[in-house]
Design a protein around this ligand. Structure first.
Ligand SMILES: Cc1ncc(COP(=O)(O)O)c(C=O)c1O
Length: 298
């Protein structure tokens, strides 16, 4: 699915390192770590009328990712919330907004890899755009399996939500070439990890299954779907899922802040489910009904 330019974003104001500036002036230094080495962490958040869904969980993951990468002088959560508030106010935003929150290791005194060159503390960017969920959650999406593997903790722990997205981007290129919406990435052992930008779930014989969070981002939407299932008595477990498990599942769906809950109707040319189950729509209804209770204003 190719996102379209939204005219409402023409006059966007962006928070960059303490200032709120126009979209044209929203820039970082060539000495910034994100330019030099993709050395940054990020979160995607969604603003509903009642506030940001699971704001605390997103801020915890951002700060944890920065800590795991040994960032210095990380802004406090209160400072990040203030930056979010300022950005919403400058844009008159109250709902229907996706926010890309980026925390970089900051500027270096000279070009180089060594984090000791970072003398100024972290950089913070709040890019809030008018953006409804990006996938077709009615009709669903088509997916192929990528030849690019998702990182295991052996190489780069996928629990860190970092900006080194090249393997996911390569997978997405394969999906584009195949003319489908997204790519399934396997782990180093050949089990499903996640899609290039979302987590994957299967429904099989009235059970909801999702890969262990060893080679996928433990998505906040993924965690919430598991909690919703438990709360409403729907059996849901983490499991090693092979491609055959996925091809023969009753339903497949993916989850993420960008698209919420999205059915997968085809994987590698195999039609999924053939209408054998309705658990996806049940979970989707529960998600829509209950999410507002977990939104808070920054
Ligand atoms: C690779 C990847 N998987 C899954 C997700 C979904 O995570 P969440 O539900 O926290 O938005 C994201 C979101 O950024 C992602 O980048």
């Amino acid at each position: 699915m190719l996102q379209k330019y939204d005219r409402r974003n023409k006059k966007l104001k962006v928070f960059v390192n303490g200032s709120v500036v126009s979209r044209e002036r929203a820039k970082v230094s060539v000495f910034d770590s994100v330019v030099q080495g993709g050395d940054a962490v990020w979160e995607g958040l969604r603003l509903y009328e009642e506030g940001i869904l699971w704001l605390d969980r997103h801020l915890d993951r951002l700060v944890d990712s920065a800590h795991a990468l040994a960032f210095k002088k990380v802004p406090s959560k209160a400072e990040i919330r203030t930056a979010l508030r300022k950005t919403f106010k400058a844009n008159g935003m109250t709902k229907d907004v996706h926010i890309r929150l980026t925390l970089t290791r900051g500027e270096k005194i000279t070009s180089g890899m060594d984090p000791r060159l970072n003398k100024f503390g972290c950089g913070l960017i709040v890019l809030a755009e008018w953006k409804p969920p990006v996938y077709d959650n009615r009709g669903g999406i088509k997916v192929i399996t990528s030849t690019i593997r998702r990182n295991s903790p052996l190489f780069l722990d996928s629990k860190i939500h970092h900006n080194n997205l090249l393997n996911n981007i390569q997978a997405k290129i394969q999906a584009n070439v195949a003319g489908v919406d997204a790519a399934l990435m396997l782990d180093k052992d050949g089990f499903a990890a996640e899609l290039n930008g979302t987590n994957i779930f299967a429904v099989s014989k009235d059970r909801v299954l999702t890969p262990f969070a060893t080679a996928c981002l433990p998505g906040i939407t993924r965690g919430y779907v598991l909690e919703l299932a438990e709360k409403h008595g729907i059996p849901a477990v983490e499991a090693n899922l092979s491609l055959t498990d996925l091809y023969t599942a009753d339903e497949l769906f993916c989850t993420g802040t960008m698209g919420e809950l999205t059915p997968i109707v085809e994987l590698d040319g195999r039609k999924i489910g053939r209408g054998r189950n309705k658990l996806f729509r049940k979970l989707e209804k529960l998600f829509e009904k209950e999410l507002r209770g977990h939104c808070i204003m920054p």
